[in-house]
Ligand binder design. Structure first.
Ligand code: UDP
Ligand code: MG
Length: 316
């Protein structure tokens, strides 16, 4: 039986690019249907992430123009990860496979053929992996590579150069729905669900229109979120560091005692100041890391809904 595919597309203030890419997604659905790889009931599902521009109106117009377009709208902007989750959760009961992709045309739509092939030959999760970053600016490229390296150093395992372009089967999504965390870092969580997976390589292009919503500030926030929601390695690191500093202090105390006993004590303002500054700096950093985790616990404990869908382009 041919699977029903839902392409899940988060959109936040994308009025410029949506009219360009939407027909491309539809053409892909048509082409895959004609090739007999997916079923006729396959759909393109847009998730409006509380856009402030005409994005939602455009999605509604698209839905009215062709039954292959569907749209849901979040009650407010909740961020990329929550938008993707909302779309995936909405799709999981209506289809056999989902492919999540950004709406800006950066991810090569043609890689979907290979993804579906991988699914048909047994993979339940297929990661879209960027082959090259030639089109990214030097800054974006190096920061993005640093991002993956740092994540894996800190014990958060992610697929290298894989963002949120991936195929997930409905079967995996039903298991994934049981992961109830509020702190979402999809590319780190999906591998934890398990099941057979594989990768498909593609070239990443430039944004077709509009601007990136991931400046450096948001990338750092995403990295911190990824690390603290997947790994406790930073806590181990600060404990190790604490032991190291304690050892240094012990040596310092010995040294102070010996010099004092030898009667060589002089007014040691510089050394005292340096030690105080260093140790208080280290303590503040460690407190900050602890704080990150406590903040995460606080958010998890409240157990607020991860997305709220306010509108759909169809009757439920
Ligand atoms: N996005 C979203 N909510 C947000 C920010 C972004 O749904 O708060 C969507 C956006 O519309 C796009 C995708 O997430 O489809 C990736 O964003 P963007 O292209 O700006 O990031 P970049 O590709 O530069 O990392
Ligand atoms: Mg983009």
């Amino acid at each position: 039986m041919t699977p029903v595919l839902y392409i899940v597309i988060p959109c936040y203030n994308e009025q410029e690019v949506l009219p360009i890419t939407a027909p491309q997604f539809l053409a892909k659905i048509r082409q895959l249907t004609e090739a007999g790889k997916i079923a006729e009931e396959s759909r393109v599902l847009f998730v409006n992430d509380g856009s402030k521009d005409r994005t939602w109106e455009i999605i509604r117009e698209l839905a009215a123009s062709d039954e292959h377009y569907l749209g849901i709208s979040q009650s407010r902007n909740r961020g990329h990860q929550n938008a993707v989750l909302a779309g995936l959760m909405e799709a999981k009961d209506r289809c056999d496979i989902t492919i999540s992709i950004d709406c800006d045309g950066q991810d090569d739509i043609n890689a979907m053929d290979a993804m579906v092939d991988e699914y048909l030959s047994g993979s339940e999760v297929v990661y879209g992996v960027r082959e090259s970053r030639e089109t990214d600016t030097f800054f974006k490229r190096t920061t993005a590579q640093g991002f993956y390296k740092f994540l894996s150093m800190m014990g958060a395992e992610v697929v290298y150069n894989h963002a949120d372009y991936r195929l997930i089967s409905a079967r995996v999504l039903k298991e994934f729905a049981k992961f109830e965390e509020v702190n979402l870092f999809l590319r780190g969580l999906v591998p934890l669900v398990g099941f057979k997976s594989s990768s498909v390589y593609y070239k990443r292009a430039e944004r077709l229109a509009g601007e990136s919503h991931y400046p450096l500030r948001k990338m750092i926030a995403l990295a911190v979120d990824g690390i603290t929601s997947l790994s406790v390695k930073p806590l181990h690191l600060i404990t190790g560091f604490g032991v190291f500093v304690a050892f240094l202090s012990f040596v310092g105390v010995l040294w102070a005692l010996i010099t004092a006993l030898g009667g060589h004590t002089v007014a040691g303002w510089a050394s005292t100041t340096c030690i105080v500054c260093f140790v208080s700096g280290v303590q503040l950093i460690c407190l900050g890391i602890l704080g990150e985790y406590i903040g995460k616990i606080y958010l998890e404990v409240k157990h607020r809904p991860r997305y709220i869908i306010s509108e759909r382009t169809w009757e439920k």
